[in-house]
Design a protein around this ligand. Structure first.
Ligand code: PLP
Length: 360
């Protein structure tokens, strides 16, 4: 049996041709491929502006800075997320206020409401694993308490709420194009998307040393620019994103049929949401043993994430309180292989191995 990776990245002649054409163009940074990818991505999400940058983390940081975040400002964030969500808040000088998760593993608006103080300025719903966060609940907090919302869409390209794509609900949103993501650029990359002209303009400045023209730097930014070769890849894959997401959804459905009746909790799509299954995460008893047995059969698994962000040494100074749901999840979750590049047979093999484990 050949090994089954967690995720398989598409590599084919169309992508290679796009890369070679970008090399031949002799434009390498923020050129025509980048501008075209920005326009196409903004159109796909349903907003007016997309600002390409070097990573999803950079996109989040640019969004917070563009919103004028300053030291002492508090930002509500789910503890159950990839560490960069929290790191970007800290890098923008703000204070992360950690929120527990709801039954869908995304930010719990009820817990968030109890953590609002006069210093709270914003909220960052993370559409984790490809599942939209409770946008009705978050929007209610935003309007009741006068907050802004920045969506973390780094795992949710093409996911939707009430039929509208995520990334179009907040004042701004961040996407990542890291290799395993639903939409990748074959390396690091990210985008800040927004309807707001001023946020887009500041984002463009921050990614290029705060300059407004070649020799004029009106504020401090950094070098967070993007490149033509990867933009060319992104354009090819954006054209396939809906089909790739459909494939992910079909494979998730296949798992659901084949794993039914076992003592594990399967992922489900919440009402009003379109889940794009960036990660297929189950909750399993004897998780470590299950992962070891699957590993022995060449099946790669993962834990996203074993140490919740509020328990990371880097944020100890904020003295985060315990978050029972998040902490329980961290001990039980296991990510099974799933991507648009997996075959039906591979999914059946994984499901068969999980069934055999619980039968034994
Ligand atoms: C939820 C979430 N937020 C932020 C990031 C950061 O993205 P990047 O790795 O492109 O900096 C990631 C990806 O790692 C992520 O999964």
């Amino acid at each position: 049996m050949s090994p089954i990776p967690l995720s398989r990245i598409p590599v084919d002649d169309e992508i290679k041709r796009a890369v070679l054409a970008a090399i031949d163009s002799r434009h390498y940074i923020l050129g025509p491929e980048c501008r075209a990818f920005e326009a196409e991505l903004a159109g796909y999400v349903g907003v007016r502006h997309a600002v390409l940058t070097s990573s999803g983390t950079a996109a989040l940081w640019m969004g917070f800075r563009a919103l004028g975040v300053k030291a002492g400002d508090e930002i509500l964030v789910p503890a159950h997320t990839a560490f960069p969500t929290v790191e970007a808040i800290c890098a923008a000088d703000a204070t992360p206020v950690f929120v527990d998760v709801d039954p869908w593993y995304t930010l719990d608006p009820v817990d968030a409401a109890t953590k609002i103080t006069p210093r709270t300025v914003g909220i960052v719903p993370v559409h984790l694993y490809g599942q939209p966060a409770d946008l009705a609940g978050v929007r209610d907090l935003v309007s009741r308490f006068g907050l802004w919302m920045v969506e973390d869409c780094c795992q949710a390209h093409g996911a939707a709420w009430d039929g509208r794509r995520v990334g179009s609900f907040g004042r701004a949103a961040a996407f990542s194009f890291y290799p395993s993501k639903n939409l990748t650029v074959m390396g690091d990359g990210g985008a800040l998307v927004t309807d707001d002209e001023e946020i887009a303009a500041r984002g463009r400045r921050f990614r290029d040393h705060g300059r407004t023209s070649k020799d004029l730097h009106v504020e401090l930014g950094f070098n967070l620019r993007f490149n033509e070769i990867q933009a060319a890849v992104g354009r090819v894959l954006l054209g396939r994103l809906d089909a790739m997401n459909e494939r992910r959804r079909a494979l998730a459905g296949r798992y659901a049929e084949r794993l039914a009746g076992l003592p594990i909790v399967l992922p489900a799509e919440r009402q009003r949401a379109r889940h794009v299954y960036h990660l297929y995460v189950v909750r399993a008893p004897r998780r470590a043993e299950l992962a070891r047995v699957l590993g022995e059969r060449g099946i790669q698994t993962g834990v996203h994430y074993p140490v919740p962000t509020h328990r990371q040494p880097a944020v100890e100074r904020f003295a985060p309180p315990p978050l029972p749901e998040t902490e329980r999840l961290a001990d039980e979750i296991l990510t099974l292989p799933l991507s648009a590049g997996h075959t039906d047979t591979e999914i059946d093999e994984v499901a068969g191995a999980v069934r055999a484990f619980f039968r034994a």
